[in-house]
Ligand binder design. Structure first.
Ligand SMILES: [Zn+2]
Length: 352
């Protein structure tokens, strides 16, 4: 049996830099000083190859020159040491705690979510992710008592907080994570149903209680976040994260694109599955009596599989659209089928 041409998801490369471009103490333009990490991360939207660049103030006179500015976006993708992304950690926690699923059910559901990207997750991994989730939720208690971390924050001159909302499901629940951009530490995590200003202020309350100086904030442009930060720390610079900002700005088109992709799938998925099954049945029936014809039917069945996998192609916010990717892939299949028609099944061989 020849290996059919399928559409493997491509690993996206993402380079994350500090959201701040100049030093918060002296205003000098920050300079990249190290690659903090370079690693693969598996997210619900496919695998990513992350390069996380650390920045520093190059001014030797600056009292906070050793301060390392991390990328809030990079830290929001995955916890340190984890290959599976934070979105998967949060989904695992949500399925177990909010939806009361068993470990096996959670495992099955996550496997199904990762299957379109050719990724798998083991049952054991799920329990690690669940442990990570419960640790996250306890984050506030842990930072309160961690004196070594408090020392580190004082050496940095204070905290730069980032706030990030992750939706584990299509429902209205959002898990908000508050993090210190300089140490990468999670300060608070909470599952909320409404994201109004009061809720965000409540989420940030444990950070206020720490009584550590807050130097700045990073977030997307969500209004309730901006208002909550402005109310709690009126004088600090608030950097809007470009990636999140673009993601929010492009959301209407992205949503439209998703529904278009859904429509394409709805129209094609069922007939193509039926066609493929029929081709395979016929090929099997003729394998002995008419091997040449069976071979041709198998090639056509590969085409059907190519179409099936093309329907799984996904987009990536802000600017990669699923329906365009599906359209490109289907056009490739159509072009290859055209070739096949011209040259005959034998010469064309597999889909290229
Ligand atoms: Zn400086």
């Amino acid at each position: 049996m020849r290996r059919p041409k399928v559409y493997p998801p491509t690993t996206q490369k993402r380079i994350c830099r500090s959201e701040f471009s100049s030093c918060l103490t002296c205003g000098t333009r920050l300079r990249r000083y190290a690659t903090l990490s370079e690693r693969p991360i598996i997210t619900l939207h496919g695998p990513i190859r992350l390069t996380h660049c650390g920045y520093r103030c190059p001014n030797p006179e600056c009292p906070t020159a050793p301060r390392s500015y991390r990328s809030a976006t990079a830290d929001a993708l995955a916890l340190p040491g984890f290959t599976f992304g934070l979105d998967i950690v949060i989904l695992a926690g949500h399925l177990r705690l909010a939806q009361h699923q068993t470990l096996d059910q959670t495992h099955q559901q996550l496997q199904a979510r990762l299957a379109p990207f050719d990724q798998t997750i083991s049952r054991r991994e799920i329990s690690y992710l669940f442990d990570a989730y419960t640790t996250l939720v306890r984050a506030t208690h842990e930072v309160t008592d961690d004196t070594a971390w408090h020392e580190q924050v004082r050496a940095n001159g204070g905290l730069i907080i980032s706030i990030d909302g992750i939706q584990p499901d299509k429902g209205n629940e959002t898990v908000y994570l508050v993090r210190d951009v300089l140490t990468g530490r999670v300060l608070a995590a909470e599952n909320v149903r409404v994201s109004d200003t009061e809720t965000i202020k409540r989420l940030l309350a444990p950070v206020v209680v720490l009584e550590l100086p807050v130097l700045g904030a990073v977030s997307d442009a969500q209004e309730s976040l901006c208002q909550a930060i402005a109310a709690l720390w009126p004088d600090i610079p608030h950097q809007l994260c470009q990636f999140h900002y673009l993601r929010e700005a492009s959301r209407p088109i992205y949503d439209l694109d998703r529904s278009l992709r859904k429509q394409i799938r709805k129209e094609i998925q069922q007939p193509i599955r039926a066609t493929r099954e029929q081709l395979e049945r016929q090929a099997a029936a003729r394998a002995k009596t008419e091997p040449a014809e069976a071979e041709q039917l198998a090639v056509l069945s590969d085409y059907a599989l190519a179409v099936q996998t093309a329907l799984n192609l996904d987009g990536q916010q802000p600017f990669k659209y699923a329906s365009l990717a599906v359209d490109d892939a289907l056009s490739d299949v159509a072009a290859s089928l055209g070739e096949l028609e011209k040259r005959g099944v034998h010469e064309a061989g597999t889909v290229s």
